[in-house]
Design a protein around this ligand. Structure first.
Ligand code: GLY
Length: 387
């Protein structure tokens, strides 16, 4: 009788598990079908593959950017993700075509964003194809990024503009671009890149975070002695506020830094950020944050679905390191909501709508943004890999 009961229980659990797996697969399948449909048309809007989609203007016109724009790597990166999912060579051909156009940026030493531009395009391309030429281009790009490291400060300099006000600005977003450096050490064995990335991450923990675990957007350093000159925002509501995408970059960045270093300090920082954002009193029920957690007119403020997409992807990875904190459940909830009609970019060939680029500049408010699409696809792939 006892054996019979436990067999029945086992059978029920097995059926539930199979059902859950089918539901997961269904959502991811559906999202990649949607992505193929929209991106087929998007690719056709760029017959020469010389420019890249970034967003939509308020009048519905497509914003096209050149290779030097910080967002240029996200479209090729998304094409690589579609190829990864479908294993269809036509997507590989598209990805290769758009990726090739970015090679000229490998020596662009004017921005930390060379990490986003090159790692999302060539990085995914190298991971999926092993092309030797991609590896060479990535290593040149890592060398270029490393030229922005200042040993006095211990950080990579993020931006070169606004030099009347800032001497050595470092933004929380910069955590993302450390991946190119970690990767370069992994493939070459040259620890120089790793040491720079670790130094940058440590200074970010020390200087970017407040007691409540929210982060400043910009920390400006004195390049001659490394002292902090100021802590401010650029895209957030106020210097003291928590800009949503900044918190998402931090969450993703420290989770990724833990993946490469296994330093528990980084894992703990990622968990603190998760706690700050997921438990925030202004986090809406559907987990798609307002553009700033302290925006003045919540709930009458635009959401930033790009922050949500970055968070979902980061939380899936965080779940692989910490199983007992429901991170996967939160990620599933965000992804399910991003996949709903409400957040779909149906009026365009993008995937995700209701994002905010820079509210203070009234730029790209409540529109699709290519990086939301990229992290949405990445989150889908990460969900699919979950057991
Ligand atoms: N890194 C620029 C942004 O998040 O808007």
């Amino acid at each position: 009788m006892k054996i019979f009961k436990s067999r029945i229980l086992f059978l029920i659990l097995f059926v539930i598990l199979v059902q859950c797996n089918n539901d997961n697969k269904k959502l991811v399948d559906q999202n990649f079908r949607y992505a193929q449909n929209n991106y087929k048309k998007m690719v056709e809007s760029f017959p020469n593959a010389r420019q890249f989609p970034r967003s939509l203007r308020q009048n519905g016109e497509l914003v096209r950017v050149e290779s030097h724009d910080w967002t240029s790597g996200f479209f090729p990166g998304s094409l690589w993700y579609i190829y990864e999912y479908t294993q269809n060579d036509s997507w590989k051909n598209y990805a290769e075509k758009f990726t090739a156009e970015l090679e000229r940026e490998k020596n662009n030493d004017g921005t930390h964003d060379i990490g986003f531009m090159m790692f999302n395009s060539f990085g995914n391309g190298y991971r999926l194809t092993g092309h030797k030429e991609y590896k060479k281009i990535l290593l040149t790009s890592a060398k270029t990024l490393a030229t922005r490291f200042n040993p006095q400060v211990g950080c990579i300099r993020s931006w070169d503009w606004n030099s009347d006000e800032w001497k050595f600005p470092v933004i929380i977003d910069n955590m993302m671009n450390l991946e190119l450096l970690f990767w370069a050490t992994k493939v070459t064995g040259d620890s120089t890149y790793y040491k720079m990335a670790v130094s940058h991450a440590n200074h970010t923990i020390k200087n970017h975070f407040r007691a409540d675990n929210s982060s400043f957007h910009v920390v400006d350093y004195d390049p001659t002695n490394g002292e902090v000159r100021g802590k401010q925002t650029w895209q957030g509501f106020a210097n003291s506020s928590a800009w949503s995408r900044g918190q998402a970059w931090g969450l993703y960045g420290f989770t990724m830094a833990y993946r490469y270093t296994k330093n528990h300090k980084y894992l703990s920082q990622a968990q603190k950020i998760a706690e700050f954002t997921l438990d925030h009193k202004n986090m809406p029920e559907d987990m798609i944050p307002y553009w700033d957690y302290n925006a003045p007119n919540i709930p009458n403020e635009p959401r930033d679905a790009s922050a949500a997409a970055i968070m979902a992807s980061a939380l899936y990875e965080l779940h692989t390191f910490v199983k007992d904190k429901n991170y996967r459940k939160y990620a599933d909830r965000i992804l399910a909501n991003l996949s709903s009609e409400q957040y779909k970019a149906n009026q365009s060939n993008f995937l995700i709508n209701h994002c905010v680029g820079s509210r203070p500049e009234n730029s790209e408010v409540d529109v699709p943004l290519i990086y939301a699409d990229y992290y949405f696809l990445e989150a889908n792939l990460r969900k699919q890999r979950m057991k």
